[in-house]
Design a binder for this molecule. Structure first.
Ligand code: WQD
Length: 334
């Protein structure tokens, strides 16, 4: 089965390509490298000893995307490509709406033209907004609080309409919670340019003295230690969830939605303390004001993915913290 992975040079996309290849799928990657590096493809090939076809194209370039579909019979698409920084989306909403929606619409039009009916879409727990209770189930109300999340929600709506209009379509929407960690080889991981928005990349910058201190956004939340609680899931577990989704997609038409989380909520201090312990490092930290838009707690009810996809995350926060640190140790000259 030939799978086209959009954004396959990115953090989650690259880990998913490894799992696809390890499970006998053939892989084509399209990526414009706006938030990733070309050598990631080489690392995917090194880890798996398998070849990947790579096209450096922007999904919004319809003719170039059509050329990819002309060359090979693509059986399914996993769509990761898109801008994903919440803070940046607030400052530059039009950039997010234009890119994330345009690229998806172009992809869907080309898939239709070439009769490619199978799609796994990378969505986010952010579509739930502030949950009315916990853990979060897939049928909870959807209400976003930032343009990035709204692009994900709008794409979910587009996919719903597409699946109603084209009964041949089989679509699975995966709503990720907080992916962290890295491939155990240390060849793949998350190492964003500039000052990171997310917790784990920020901790790593402090651990390697690239930033002086971790600002913990709020210690007055209604949580066990006052700091924010999230459902952290190992990126390799997340990648494996996509394999399960692909297996499901060939068995039924229509659209369905699944949370990809562990079902466990951990606080910022849980993560920092675990990171220090497993890596024998000290993280300089301080408590500061809450970050606008943050919620106190967010974690998944993973039951539906377990029952219907056979997916269950297996790695704990110790391995997430160890693998995240190991990537930076092994993959950079720090
Ligand atoms: C986690 C916790 C912060 C940084 C975002 C997106 C979501 C998804 C995952 C794409 C919170 C605290 C963080 C820091 C801190 N991305 N924190 N200091 O906000 O849960 O989710 O990333 O799909 O869509 O919204 O992740 O890692 O930014 O924050 O104290 O320097 O760490 O307050 O409690 P978040 P995060």
């Amino acid at each position: 089965m030939l799978v086209l992975v959009t954004g396959g040079a990115g953090f989650i996309g690259s880990h998913t390509c490894v799992e696809l290849l390890n499970n006998g799928y053939d892989v084509i990657v399209v990526d414009n490298l706006s938030n990733s590096k070309r050598d990631v493809i080489d690392k995917i090939e090194k880890i798996t000893s398998k070849k990947v076809k790579f096209y450096e194209i922007d999904l919004c370039d319809k003719e170039k995307l059509r050329d990819v579909f002309k060359k090979d019979r693509i059986d399914a698409v996993i769509h990761f490509a898109g801008y994903k920084a919440v803070g940046e989306s607030v400052k530059e909403p039009l950039k997010y709406y234009r890119n994330n929606l345009d690229s998806t619409l172009t992809l869907l039009e080309v898939m239709k033209e070439f009769s490619c009916h199978n799609l796994v879409f990378s969505s986010s727990a952010t579509v739930y907004g502030v949950p009315r209770k916990l853990p979060i189930k897939e049928d909870f109300p959807l209400k976003t609080t930032n343009p990035y999340g709204t692009t994900k929600l709008m794409i979910e709506e587009i996919l719903k309409d597409v699946s109603k209009a084209d009964l041949e379509m089989s679509i699975i929407v995966l709503r990720y919670f907080n992916p962290i960690g890295a491939h155990e080889s240390g060849l793949l991981g998350e190492d964003p340019n500039g000052i990171p928005n997310n917790l784990m990349p920020y901790i790593l910058k402090v651990a390697f003295n690239e930033l002086p201190v971790l600002n913990i956004f709020g210690n007055d939340y209604e949580t066990k230690d006052g700091t924010g609680v999230r459902d952290y899931i190992h990126v390799v577990d997340l990648a494996k969830g996509h394999i399960k989704a692909l297996e499901k997609i060939t068995t039924k038409k229509g659209i369905d939605y699944y949370n990809l989380g562990t079902g466990n909520g951990y606080s910022v201090l849980d993560i920092v303390n675990t990171f220090e312990k497993v890596n024998n490092v000290k993280i300089n930290k301080r408590f500061v004001a809450r970050r606008d838009g943050d919620i106190a707690s967010c974690y998944a009810d993973p039951t539906k993915a377990f029952k219907e996809l056979g997916f269950k995350a297996e790695f704990g926060i110790e391995k997430m913290c160890y693998d995240a640190y190991n990537y930076v140790v092994k993959n950079t000259s720090k």
